[in-house]
Design a protein around this ligand. Structure first.
Ligand code: 3HC
Length: 699
């Protein structure tokens, strides 16, 4: 009947196997096939029971997310109708959960009358991570099997549980031995005498839950889920399960699922799901591209960045040598690392044993001669081209010919650094974000001479370190910082012209960023931004530069580290309060620059900041520094906290409409001069009525 479903009879048991690689997702064809085969089994007099399972390593990874934007063909049942066919089946139907059962996969299993699960399988309702609630009965059936509290945790949190726990929680009936299918078939026959056991009819675990429990749950997740709708809707739907009849609960779930699925926030989160997977796909690099083994690493520079990078290797079980110019510097660097791990141990996030294991993987040296057999070296010294060239030259002489030499520079030309070695094909950038042991992003920089093998190794390394590696080209600030510097400058200009830092920050925070540009500046250090700006002055002295930054820098208020910057941080607090001295300086600076201060609406602040990001992102794409618009979105989400439910700057731009953004950026161009010139790509896509998603970078 369908090529994504295999059917066979084992005695009197019909075995329906979903075979829809790579994820056995519930596509239209699978849903149709499942309904048809189930009905056929119910009508087959020689069939006493049914087993539903998945081919390969997965049971079902969920509904087919790619089809969410498509119209369901008329002959394909809705998810709820498929579940109804199964649940109301007149013969026992057993799910044999052979591997991952996520989202619609777990819902399918729960729609069946019984569940046998293989050791190692995982079950979960991760829909909330896609900005939706479960839409095939999950919010109603999971509380009936596992109880309201567990269902809330699983549906609102979105994290899976392992097979053994699924049995303990009541989600599955039995943990299978070695042969899942044989056991499921036998189990199905054993259940023939009992008949079907529809999950919707189970009420024993629903219990009476205090309404206050749901209220407290809402409060508990409020800060963590700011700006999102799905988490609250998950709670609402489970509350309906606990308080209303089953059919009413299903109807509620269906309505909310459809509304959220068709909304922008879920579209953005689905975009991010695929964007994160796309970053790994690099033209010219295939599974056949050789990848070097990374068993020994070294990090040059034992400061905060170098130490954080070294921790990443140790966390991944890779031996790492920390290198610095003196024993004192190394002792201090190692102490900082130990302190970081000890903090995790005291918070209960790491065991002492694991900490000891990780510390044992970190050695230290002041001599490059100890690095001869190292597989990769990451240089993380301060931003000085001559120093970096000297270090790379010395590393080149000290390390074996295969060693990859990577720089963590956030701004310097790595082509030039590579030219200081005899192995430019093995030189690349590995740009970690601070704090390097926490932030998930790595901008992996491809130099002109880097070999495919070097790049493939670097991309694989990111994965091994638990990072999201995004390949970028060599250019001022690469992708992320290049965009950030433009937006930061615009924010400073707005302050010079009439806005206040806390007004700008509030708008950016309300948009969904973890903090606004001025709070971020206080966190990273005003002195740091000042020195970046001095470099920018050398490169682009002809542009307007913000004077207000100089004025704040001159006060010696460098941010949180001096208990005051744009804000004041009383008693070492991390929450700053607006500072009148700063407001005074701002007003004086506006007068000094000849600006008649004017109010900025929230809308204007947002547009200036975010459209400046987008226009620079378009330039980055045009110049080929990023492979795709969605790669920029991934960088901005993981590197700078662009809210996932807005999908990154380039996706957001497509939602707003490029014609609108082009018009606004053209106006900024008039205000600020050529550096805010609209990108040609933005102009042409806007003219053609297209979006960044339509743009394919030619390789
Ligand atoms: N729909 C469509 N494609 C899917 C998919 C899905 N539900 N799940 C995975 N895929 C695709 C991926 O896009 C990828 O495609 P590609 O090879 O073309 O890039 C391929 O399957 C393999 O996926 P991964 O690279 O992620 O493989 P992993 O082995 O690392 O991870 C996984 C497997 C844990 C299943 C992970 O893919 C995953 O988390 N998938 C999504 C699970 C999910 O969110 N399910 C809920 C969907 S919504 C739903 O079910 C609604 C329902 O309530 C009605």
């Amino acid at each position: 009947m369908s090529d994504v479903i295999e059917f066979r009879k084992v005695g009197a048991v019909g075995v329906i196997t979903i075979n829809n690689p790579p994820a056995n997702a519930l596509s239209f064809a699978v849903v149709k096939g499942l309904a048809e085969h189930t009905t056929a089994c119910m009508n087959d007099e020689l069939c006493d029971a049914v087993v539903v399972t998945g081919a390969g390593k997965m049971f079902v990874a969920g509904a087919d997310i790619r089809e969410f934007n498509m119209t369901r063909p008329d002959d394909v049942p809705e998810f709820h109708d498929l579940m109804k066919v199964i649940e109301e089946g007149s013969k026992p139907i057993v799910a044999a959960v052979n591997g991952i059962a996520f989202g619609g996969g777990l819902e399918l299993a729960m729609g069946c009358h019984y569940r046998i699960i293989a050791p190692g399988a995982l079950v979960g309702q991760p829909e909330v991570k896609l900005g939706i609630i479960p839409g095939a009965g999950g919010t109603q059936r999971l509380p009936r099997l596992a109880g309201v509290e567990t269902a809330l945790d699983m549906i609102v949190g979105g994290d899976p549980v392992r097979a053994e726990e699924a049995v303990e929680l009541g989600i599955a009936d039995e943990l299978a031995g070695e042969d899942l299918l044989a056991r499921a078939v036998a189990y199905a026959l054993e259940r023939v005498a009992d008949g079907p056991r529809p999950t919707g009819g189970i009420t024993s675990r629903l219990g009476a839950v205090d309404p206050q429990y749901f209220e407290e749950y809402r409060l508990k997740i409020a800060a963590r889920t700011r700006g999102q709708e799905a988490p609250l809707e998950c709670i609402n739907a489970v509350e309906v399960a606990a308080t209303k009849p089953f059919e009413e609960g299903l109807a509620h779930e269906r309505d909310v699922f459809v509304r959220l699925r068709d909304g922008d926030k879920s579209k953005a989160m689905r975009h991010m799901f695929f964007a994160e997977r796309e970053v790994a796909k690099i033209p010219g690099i295939t599974k056949q591209t050789p990848v070097q083994k990374i068993e020994k690493a070294a990090v040059i520079g034992s400061g905060t960045m170098g130490g954080g990078i070294a921790m990443n290797f140790a966390n991944a079980g890779i031996a790492v040598n920390l290198v610095d110019v003196s024993d004192e510097a190394l002792t201090e660097g190692l102490q900082k690392i130990r302190g970081n791990y000890a903090g995790s141990v005291s918070r209960g996030r790491l065991t002492q044993e694991k900490m000891d294991e990780r510390m044992a993987l970190i050695s230290s040296t002041t001599s490059y001669s100890d690095l001869a057999d190292t597989d990769i070296v990451i240089e993380a010294v301060f931003e000085d081209m001559d120093l970096k060239k000297k270090i790379f030259g010395e590393l080149d002489a000290a390390c074996k010919p295969e060693t990859i030499l990577a720089s963590n520079t956030s701004s310097l030309d790595i082509n030039e650094i590579g030219a200081a070695t005899s192995r430019p094909d093995k030189v690349c950038g590995a740009h970690f974000f601070s704090p390097a042991n926490v932030m998930k992003l790595m901008e992996n920089v491809r130099t002109a001479a880097a070999s495919d093998e070097t790049i493939a190794t670097l991309m694989k390394l990111s994965k091994t370190l638990g990072k999201t590696g995004v390949l970028v080209g060599v250019g001022d600030g690469f992708v992320g910082n290049r965009m950030l510097h433009v937006a930061a400058r615009i924010a400073e200009f707005m302050v010079e012209e009439g806005a206040l830092p806390w007004e700008v920050d509030q708008v950016i925070y309300d948009f969904g960023f973890p903090m606004g540009p001025f709070s971020m500046n206080d966190l990273a250090g005003i002195d740091v931004r000042y020195s970046i700006r001095q470099e920018q002055l050398k490169l682009y002295g002809d542009r307007r530069q913000s004077v207000i930054l100089d004025r704040v820098y001159e006060t010696g208020r460098y941010g949180q580290k001096t208990n005051g910057g744009w804000y004041t941080y009383e008693g070492g607090s991390r929450n700053g309060t607006p500072e009148p001295i700063i407001e005074d300086i701002i007003v004086k600076t506006s007068a000094e620059l000849g600006f008649q201060r004017r109010p900025f609406s929230n809308e204007e602040i947002l547009e200036r900041y975010v459209y400046a990001l987008i226009n620079t992102g378009a330039k980055v794409l045009e110049e080929g520094l990023a492979l795709r618009a969605s790669d920029i979105d991934v960088i901005w989400h993981y590197g700078y906290g662009f809210p996932r439910y807005r999908g990154g700057p380039m996706f957001y731009a497509d939602l707003v409409g490029l014609d609108k953004i082009y018009d606004k950026v053209s106006q900024f161009h008039e205000d600020y001069g050529d550096w805010m010139k609209p990108s040609n790509l933005l102009k042409s896509l806007a003219g053609e009525g297209k979006g960044f998603a339509d743009y394919v970078v030619s390789s």
